[in-house]
Design a protein around this ligand. Sequence first.
Ligand SMILES: [Zn+2]
Length: 228
Amino acid sequence: MKKLVLLLLIYLNFSCSSEKVNDEEIICSDSQLGVNCQDADYIQNSDSPYVLPWEIGKTFKVGQGNCTNGSHSLGQVQYAYDIDMPIGTNIVAMRSGIVVKVIENFKDLETGTVGAINEANVINIKHADGTEAQYVHLTYDGALKNEGDNVTQGEIIALSGNTGKSTGPHLHFHVIQALNECEDTDPRENYTWYSCNSIPLTFKNTSEHCHGLLESDLKSEGYTAELY
Ligand SMILES: [Zn+2]
């Protein structure tokens, strides 16, 4: 009986001193929970493999966050971010990988006009775990890498712009699941059409955002890319 009590005490002591739980409570502000997405599982930003897609020392604001009633509601763009930035801003790779797609032939839009969704310049980078970052609305001739190139985290890969379905200069980006995680939504037998969703992102080189980056009405100072 004594032994059992002792074991129970050890168990209780262990379960109450889990530092990880305490750390999360201290670092993450609960007021932000659900601002972006109800029930979404964001990696704590200090543990994230991603860096912000702009240069160290620069600060930008989030025009549109995740799970909005706007254009980031579902599927491939649910966990996308729109970052307000002037045309020609250097975009850096959030994570190392290989360039799998480049489109850069579309011209930037005149102020007050909106282009077609399939007329956006993009650069897509596949990471070692099969996930793929997609950087969208780049400027004309704005990809600085070619398909097949290897890029390292933090390397300048493109110039932002205002092409495609866009109402002003900004960078839209998201990361989609690895292909083996995607759902085959083709109803026909022997055909496949993978429908891939985006994944919740946090960034290891900026201020606390345990529940995703906040839009500028809640975080008016924006986010600064810091050394990592
Ligand atoms: Zn967007």
